[in-house]
Design a protein around this ligand. Structure first.
Ligand code: F6P
Length: 373
């Protein structure tokens, strides 16, 4: 494949580190390979727009100073025309958009596309790749729920935000002898809740992979009270669900995308008056997606972005860059598309939490170690 110009776009919900990837792609493509680089505004939607509006040329000066910036200089969306069919979730609802996107790239001399995003982005990239467009995907999401990579970028920064919040809430919870419920993001995976919960020394962590029981939560709070611990911190993933009951979500979005949230408030309603303490909730929400990427994420983004360019140069497209152990590798997109990486029920991280006396809100736990301080 002879490459003269590559495109880059950011898609899906934003995450800290998008600009760091853009910067690495631009610098590597220009300095090492002498290619032109263009950015596509507004994610895949930009491929359907007037190119004079959606294409911007990206030179070395354009990416100077953007490494620490949160958000994305290219804009992004997790809604739009590249939605998947409700009846056939692996197919685009409007199959013509894939051809239009590819035509856009041909018309504008874009030989390959670097797409930075999460599961939705992977699915769209896979479709474009099947239709013949050389694609490299870069795994982004604070949720860390993509298969084929040990970590996605943005996750570590989101964890820092969530853990700092838990640290701050601990002192006010302790001062008032309260139960504090902290809702974090993550969709149907509990990575943010479990890691931030352990990192922030929470007492109860509720994740989608392990359905919880209110009775179990109350028992754990009572055990702590008997042991003289005046307060309790509960970290709950937005996608956590009761053992008998429905997942909670508010509203059904266009394109079949469910928006999660509200479980902390629901939990407060369940616990209030039952555990003999004031219960309060805090929803961290989009704070977890904002801000400057952590140093670890900056380095990961830079390695991912550089590798994406090298793969295009080697003609190894249709792939997602990934982190395996300490090495940057890549994997065929079709092997990871439309699948999710969730927390293994009996994995070491779950065992570690249980071993410390953290309640995961389920019945199976034998709380021999009565509580964690
Ligand atoms: O996938 C990233 C994520 O932040 C999820 O954790 C969350 O459920 C969702 O996006 C929120 O999306 P929106 O920005 O549309 O509210």
């Amino acid at each position: 494949m002879s490459v003269k110009k590559i495109g880059i776009l950011t898609s899906g919900g934003d995450a800290p580190g998008l600009n760091a990837v853009i910067r690495a792609v631009v610098i590597t493509a220009i300095r090492k390979y002498g290619w032109d680089v263009v950015g596509i505004n507004r994610g895949f939607e930009g491929l359907l727009d007037d190119p004079s509006d959606s294409i911007i040329s990206l030179g070395l000066r354009d990416v100077s100073g953007i490494l620490p910036l949160g958000g994305t200089i290219l804009g992004t969306t997790n809604r739009g025309h590249f939605a998947f069919s409700k009846e056939h979730p692996n197919e685009l609802a409007d199959p013509t958009v894939a051809d239009k996107g590819i035509q856009f790239c041909h018309d504008n001399g874009i030989d390959a596309l670097v797409t930075i995003g999460g599961d939705g982005t992977l699915c769209i990239g896979h479709e474009l790749s099947k239709h013949g467009l050389p694609i490299i995907s870069v795994p982004k999401t604070i949720d860390n729920d993509l298969l084929g990579t040990d970590y996605t970028f943005g996750f570590e920064t989101a964890l820092t935000t969530a853990t700092n919040a838990i640290d701050q809430l601990r002192t006010t919870a302790a001062s008032h002898n309260r139960v504090m419920v902290i809702e974090v993001m993550g969709r149907d995976a509990g990575w943010i809740a479990l890691y931030a919960g352990i990192g922030g020394a929470a007492h109860i962590i509720l994740i989608p992979e392990i359905p919880f029981r209110i009775s179990s939560i109350i028992r754990h709070i009572e055990r702590r009270q008997k042991l003289g611990y005046g307060y309790s911190l509960i970290v709950v993933a937005e996608g956590a669900k009761p053992a008998r009951g429905e997942i909670l979500y508010r509203g059904q979005e266009e394109g079949g995308m469910i928006r999660l949230g509200g479980i902390a408030k629901w939990l407060v309603d369940q616990l209030d008056d039952k555990c003999g303490q004031d219960v309060r909730e805090v929803v961290l929400g989009h704070l977890q997606r904002g801000g400057s990427p952590s140093v670890w994420d900056r380095v990961l983004c830079t390695r991912f972005g550089s590798e994406a360019v090298h793969l295009i140069a080697q003609g190894r497209t249709g792939r997602m860059v990934s982190l395996r152990g300490t090495s940057i590798e890549s994997i065929d997109i079709w092997k990871v598309v439309a699948r999710q990486k969730r927390i293994p029920y009996n994995g070491d991280i779950v065992q570690t939490a249980r071993g410390l006396g953290i309640s995961l809100g389920d019945e199976t736990e034998e709380m021999k170690i009565a509580s964690n301080p």
